[in-house]
Design a protein around this ligand. Structure first.
Ligand SMILES: Cc1ncc(C[n+]2csc(CCOP(=O)(O)OP(=O)(O)O)c2C)c(N)n1
Length: 631
C-alpha cells in the first residue's frame, strides 16, 4: 500500500482517482470484484476518506486504519444479512462509503447530512447504533442469540478497538458470550492506541501477546518439561496443533471461552480474507486479533494519530495547522489551567480522566503533575468509584468527564459518591449541544440526572471566569459538586487569576427590567441578556441549578408578571422544572415560560445553527417571550 505522503497535487484529489470506487455502490457490488482488484479499491477508499474528511472534519486516524478490514468484512460476510456491529462507530467511514453513502460523505456530520456514527435509521447496513464505546460485543451477542432462536443462519460480528476493550461492559459481554454456544465473532482491532496511548493491564497484556514473548517463554518452559519425558515429547512434537495447545499459555480470551485466532495483519487483504472465510465456517464464539495502524497510509496521521483523531477541516497537502494563539480559550482550557493552578496550591488534588486527556484539556496537567494524574481508560464507572475511594482517604479528586459519558457512571455517582457525601468534584465538559458528534454526545440530560441526587451541588457558569471560580468553589466543598460547562470557546470574558469561592446557592441579577424576568442558566445568560434589551426584561444569572436560589425566584416572581427560564438542556426535568418546583413549594402562582431543548434528540451539525433552530439564541428567546406577552 502506497503511503500518501502529504505531497499531494495542489488541486487535491479528483474524481478520476476513484474509478473503481465509483463502481461499488453496495457490498453486493463489492463482492462481484475480483480479489486482485481489492488492493486498488483500498487505495482509492483511503484517498477518498482523507479527501472528504479534510473537507468536512470528522474522525480520521481510526478510519484510515480500518479500510482493509472494512473491505474484507463486506467481501466475506453477506451483509446486511450478516450483522457487523462497529464499536464506537467512529471508524465506519469506509463502511459508509461502501454501503451506498459515498456521495453523502460531503455532508458528514452536518445538518441534514449523514451521521459520523452508525445509525439504524440511516442504513440497513448499520446493524446497531453506536458512539459511546464498548457496546458492540453485547449487541452482537444479542443478535447471535436472536438468530439462533429464530432459526436464522446469520452471523454476528463485533469489531472493537483495544481502547474500547478496556471498558467493563466489553468484559461483561465477553464473560457472558464465552459461556454461550453462540456464533459470535469478536474482532479486536488493535492499533495500540485509544485517542491517546491506551493505559492499563490489558494494554500491557496485548503488547506482550504481540511481542511473542509470552508464547516463546511458555514454549521454552514446556519443552524443558516435556523433554524430560521423551515419549511425551515425541507425541507432542508430531501433533503440531496439540503441541501448540500444550505449550502456548491460553490467551485471556480463550479463558473467557473464545477460540482465539491471530494476531494477523489488518492491512493485508491476503491475510484478512482467507482468515475471515475460514472463521465463517467455525461455530461458537470466535475471537480474531487484528493488528492495524491508526492513520495508516497518510504519513502525517501515522506520525501523529492523536492530532488527526478528530480534526476539523484541513488541507491534506499541508496538514493541520495550529490555530492562532490569540483565539478565545475553550472551557476545557479554562478547566485545564485551573487544574494546574489548583494542584500547585493544594497538594491533595488528584485529577482523573476516563481516556479523554486531550478533549478535557488535561495534557499540561498530565505533564506537570504526572503523579497526580490518572487516566482510568474508557471506564467511566470505575473512574467515579475510584475517585470516591481517593476521597475517603482525605485527598481531593477531580473527575473531568463529558456530560454524556457521566451517564455511564450514574449509579457510581449516587451510590459511591453522593450517599457517602464524598468531596468529589465533577468537571462536566460538553454540557449542552456539541455539534458534529450529535445526539449521542449532546449533554442534554445532566441537570435532570444531577439535580435529583441529594448532597450534590450543581453549578453552571455564565462565562469563563465564573467557570474558574465555580471550580474553585466546588473544590472547597465538603461534599460532591459538579461544574457543568459547554463545548468550545466561552464569551471572551477575562479570567481573574485570583480564585474566590461563590456563595452557595446564590444567583445574581445581571439586568433590571420590568414585567418580564428571565432566569438564565449557564451558557444561556449571554443570549438572555441580549434578548432582554428589546424586551426590557430583568435577567438573573442563576449560577446554581442545585441548590436553587429559591429566595431569588420568590423575589422575581413577586415583582414580575412573567418568569422565563432558559437553559441549554432538555426542558423536561431541567433547571426550569426546578424553578417550577420551587414556586409550587413556596405556594406562588406565577406564569412561567420554560425555554430549553425540546423532547427529542438533537442531531448533529453546527452548534449555533442548531441552538437557533430550537429558539435558544437571543432572537429565539425574544420571539418566544413575545408569543406569551405581545408588545
Ligand atoms: C463511553 C465512552 N467514553 C469515551 C468515548 C470517547 N472515545 C471515542 S473514540 C475513543 C478511543 C477508542 O479507542 P479504540 O477503541 O482503540 O479505537 P481507535 O480510535 O484506536 O480506533 C474514545 C475514548 C466514547 N466514545 N465512549
Amino acid at each position: 500500500m502506497a503511503t500518501i505522503t502529504g505531497d499531494l497535487p495542489a488541486e487535491g484529489y479528483n474524481p478520476s482517482m476513484y474509478e473503481l470506487l465509483k463502481t461499488v455502490n453496495d457490498p453486493a457490488g463489492l463482492r462481484q470484484l475480483d480479489r486482485k482488484q481489492l488492493p486498488r479499491l483500498a487505495d482509492e477508499l483511503r484517498a477518498y476518506v482523507l479527501d472528504t474528511v479534510s473537507k468536512t472534519g470528522g474522525h480520521l486516524s481510526s478510519n484510515l486504519g480500518t479500510v482493509e478490514l472494512t473491505i474484507a468484512l463486506h467481501y466475506v460476510f453477506e451483509t446486511p444479512e450478516d450483522r457487523i456491529v462497529w464499536d464506537v462507530g467512529h471508524q465506519t467511514y469506509a463502511h459508509k462509503i461502501l454501503t451506498g453513502r459515498r456521495e453523502q460523505m460531503a455532508r458528514l456530520r452536518m445538518i441534514d447530512g449523514i451521521s459520523g456514527f452508525p445509525r439504524r435509521s440511516e442504513s440497513k447496513y448499520d446493524a446497531f447504533g453506536t458512539a459511546h464505546s464498548s457496546t458492540s460485543i453485547s449487541a452482537a451477542l444479542g443478535m447471535a442469540v436472536a438468530a439462533k432462536r429464530k432459526g436464522e443462519k446469520r452471523r454476528a460480528v463485533a469489531v472493537i478497538g483495544d481502547g474500547a476493550m478496556s471498558a467493563g461492559m466489553a468484559f461483561e459481554a465477553l464473560n457472558n458470550a464465552g459461556a454461550m454456544d453462540s456464533d459470535l465473532l469478536v474482532i479486536l482491532n488493535d492499533n495500540e492506541m485509544s485517542i491517546s496511548p491506551p493505559v492499563g493491564a490489558l494494554t500491557n497484556y496485548l503488547a506482550r501477546l504481540l511481542s511473542g514473548r509470552m508464547y516463546d517463554t511458555a514454549r521454552r518452559a514446556s519443552e524443558h518439561i516435556l523433554k524430560r519425558l521423551p515419549i511425551a515429547w515425541e507425541i507432542a512434537r508430531r501433533a503440531e496443533e496439540h503441541v501448540k495447545g500444550m505449550v502456548t499459555p491460553s490467551t485471556l480470551f480463550e479463558e473467557f471461552g473464545f477460540n482465539y485466532i491471530g494476531p494477523i495483519d489488518g492491512h493485508d487483504l491476503d491475510a484478512l480474507i482467507p482468515t475471515l472465510t475460514n472463521i465463517k465456517k467455525l461455530r461458537g464464539p470466535q475471537f480474531l486479533h487484528v493488528i492495524t495502524r491508526k492513520g495508516q497510509g497518510y504519513k502525517l496521521a501515522e506520525e501523529d494519530p492523536i492530532t488527526y483523531h478528530g480534526p476539523g477541516r484541513f488541507d491534506p497537502a499541508e496538514g493541520i495547522r495550529k490555530p492562532a494563539a490569540s483565539g478565545k480559550p475553550t472551557y476545557s482550557q479554562i478547566f485545564g489551567d485551573w487544574l494546574c493552578d489548583m494542584a500547585r496550591a493544594d497538594e491533595r488534588l488528584i485529577a482523573i480522566t476516563p481516556a479523554m486527556r486531550e478533549g478535557s484539556g488535561m495534557v499540561r496537567f498530565s505533564e506537570e503533575f504526572p503523579e497526580r494524574y490518572f487516566d482510568a481508560a474508557i471506564a467511566e464507572q470505575h473512574a467515579v468509584t475510584f475517585a470516591a475511594g481517593i476521597a475517603c482517604e482525605g485527598l481531593k479528586p477531580v473527575v473531568a468527564i463529558y456530560s454524556t459519558f457521566l451517564q455511564r457512571g450514574y449509579d457510581q455517582l449516587i451510590h459511591d459518591v453522593a450517599i457517602q457525601n464524598l468531596p468529589v468534584l465533577f468537571a462536566l465538559d460538553r454540557g449542552g449541544i456539541v455539534g458534529g458528534d450529535g445526539q449521542t454526545h449532546n449533554g442534554a440530560f445532566d441537570y435532570a440526572y444531577l439535580r435529583t441526587v441529594p448532597n450534590l451541588t450543581v453549578m453552571a457558569p455564565a462565562d469563563e471566569n465564573e467557570c474558574r471560580q465555580m471550580l474553585f468553589t466546588g473544590f472547597q466543598m465538603n461534599g460532591p459538586a459538579a461544574v457543568r460547562y459547554p463545548r468550545g470557546a466561552g464569551i471572551g470574558k477575562e479570567v481573574e487569576k485570583e480564585m474566590h469561592a461563590l456563595p452557595i446557592g446564590k444567583g445574581e441579577i445581571r439586568r433590571n427590567g420590568t414585567k418580564i424576568a428571565i432566569l438564565a442558566f449557564g451558557s444561556m445568560v449571554k443570549p438572555a441578556l441580549e434578548a432582554a434589551v428589546k424586551l426590557d426584561a430583568t435577567v438573573a444569572n442563576m449560577r446554581f441549578v442545585k441548590p436553587l436560589d429559591a429566595e431569588l425566584v420568590k423575589r422575581l416572581a413577586e415583582t414580575h408578571e412573567l418568569l422565563v427560564t432558559v437553559e441549554e438542556h432538555q426542558v423536561m426535568g431541567g433547571a426550569g422544572s426546578a424553578v417550577c418546583e420551587a414556586l409550587a413549594s413556596l405556594g406562588i402562582e406565577r406564569k412561567v415560560l420554560l425555554l430549553g431543548l425540546p423532547d427529542r434528540f438533537i442531531d448533529h451539525g453546527d452548534s449555533a445553527k442548531l441552538l437557533s433552530a430550537v429558539g435558544l439564541d437571543a432572537d429565539g428567546i425574544r420571539k418566544s417571550v413575545r408569543s406569551v406577552i405581545p408588545e
